[in-house]
Design a protein around this ligand. Structure first.
Ligand code: NIG
Ligand code: FE
Length: 417
């Protein structure tokens, strides 16, 4: 008997592709964005949701005595499992001193240009064994699962050569087999330019050497590129992602994090599943993405860590769109909990708690092309469930330094409590 049960978008029949029900006001939506049932229950069977509805009715229809297991959620709130559509969770090494360097005024790009940042993690990953990478990843996954993440995208990209990229993807694959979290693998050989080559030459080697190897091993679903000043140009990004498509991978992009290179047009041209960061995107860029059905992904944890300049929500509101939200967990943004991402989206960007919850559930699922109802709890959707130790979904972003997530279920099984 949950005090509240969140099933997903409000009036899902009328929800448009951008993820929200139109209100045309430009400010926070007038109507609800979530469908919330009071005093409700959910029945899980064979890894799927079999029924949702009022507790009274469902306990009559499905007597508790007949159930293999029953969870009492009295006074609590039940939510769809969280989806994290953007992480770099497999890495080695320690970059905590860069946290201090940034506080002393060195910029992220200066650190990278000096051989630090991503390039430093690359050196540590090349030294690490596949076992070490898998074990440290599994430990991080435990933390994420306990915080409610049941579906997670992870990028390679700290190898920057065929052998090491494959090692990272193998660690991701092994962790997926061994851990309850559903993992979606993204190949990101185009994450940075190794210091012994240049962007043009490296672009060629990603296209000619890395993609064929990744396709041959069948170890990734998406490909991604860091389209940014001094990393990959818009043209190089497009070439890389078109090659990725030829090798059976669905494109994603990092765009407009520090400089706007026109990446939204590339995202539209290659029919990317998502375009992520968007800190310097213009309202026209957001139009370009939404018209091409590219899901915008905002990463407020990164914006927080880089000094707290958050993207403006206005272009999304005017277009009745709810962005997806990712943690971007990586050595530069050491934050794994999607509840905290939601907090930052609320406090930093002004999303309502309901919009933020959509950002880490069904909208995040759209960013990784999961259209089977992942991120919602309706009949037939995956039985991935979070029980909050709190009466309402608002407590998730509200109580930002507490462990407010209680039991977590994946495919109908309790996997964390
Ligand atoms: O999404 N911006 C590029 N890639 C990551 C950061 C990776 C790193 O600094 O190790 C991001 O923020
Ligand atoms: Fe990233």
């Amino acid at each position: 008997n949950a005090n509240e049960l969140v099933t997903g978008p409000a009036n899902s029949a009328e929800t448009d592709a951008a993820g929200t029900t139109p209100n045309g006001s430009g400010g926070p939506p007038d109507g609800p964005v979530l469908s919330v049932l009071p005093d409700a229950a959910v029945v899980l069977e064979d890894g799927e949701v079999a029924a949702v509805g009022s507790s009274d009715e469902l306990t009559r229809e499905y007597p508790i005595d007949n159930a293999d297991e029953a969870l009492d959620a009295s006074g609590k709130c039940v939510l769809p499992g969280f989806v994290d559509p953007h992480t770099h969770a497999v890495f080695a090494g320690d970059r905590s001193d860069e946290f201090e360097a940034k506080l002393r005024g060195t910029s992220y790009q200066e650190i990278l240009a000096d051989g630090g940042g991503i390039l430093r993690t690359v050196r540590a990953v090349r030294e690490a064994s596949e076992d070490e990478l898998t074990d440290s990843l599994l430990e991080r996954l435990d933390t994420m699962l306990a915080a409610g993440t049941t579906t997670l995208e992870i990028k390679s990209g700290y190898g920057l050569d065929t052998e090491t990229e494959l090692k990272l993807l193998a660690a991701i694959g092994r962790a997926d087999e061994r851990h309850p979290i559903d993992i979606v693998a993204t190949f990101m050989g185009a994450h940075a330019v190794p210091d012994d080559t240049d962007a043009e030459e490296y672009t060629t080697s990603v296209i000619e050497d890395q993609f064929p190897a990744v396709e041959q091993q069948g170890v990734a679903e998406f490909c991604d590129v860091f389209c940014e000043a001094d990393v990959f140009s818009a043209n190089q990004s497009r070439e890389i992602l078109e090659a990725g498509t030829d090798h059976g991978l669905t494109p994603k992009l990092h765009i407009d994090e520090f400089e706007n290179l026109g990446g939204s047009k590339v995202a539209a041209a290659v029919s990317a599943a998502s375009a992520d960061h968007l800190l310097q995107s213009t309202p026209d860029d957001i139009d370009t993405l939404l018209e091409a059905d590219v899901t915008p992904v905002l990463l407020p944890g990164t914006a927080f860590g880089l000094g707290g300049e958050y993207p403006d929500l206005e272009p999304y509101r005017e277009r009745n769109a709810i962005p997806a939200l990712g943690s971007d967990f990586n050595p530069n943004c050491y934050a794994k909990r999607q509840g905290f991402t939601a907090t930052l989206a609320c406090v930093g960007m002004g999303l309502t708690p309901g919009e933020a919850l959509r950002g880490i559930t069904d909208r995040a699922a759209a960013a990784i092309n999961r259209f089977d109802g992942t991120g919602t709890l309706e009949v037939g959707t995956p039985a991935d469930v979070v029980v909050l130790e709190a009466p309402s979904y608002r407590h998730l972003p509200y109580r930002y330094d507490e462990r407010v997530v209680g039991s977590v279920l994946k495919d109908g099984e309790v996997v964390s409590e």
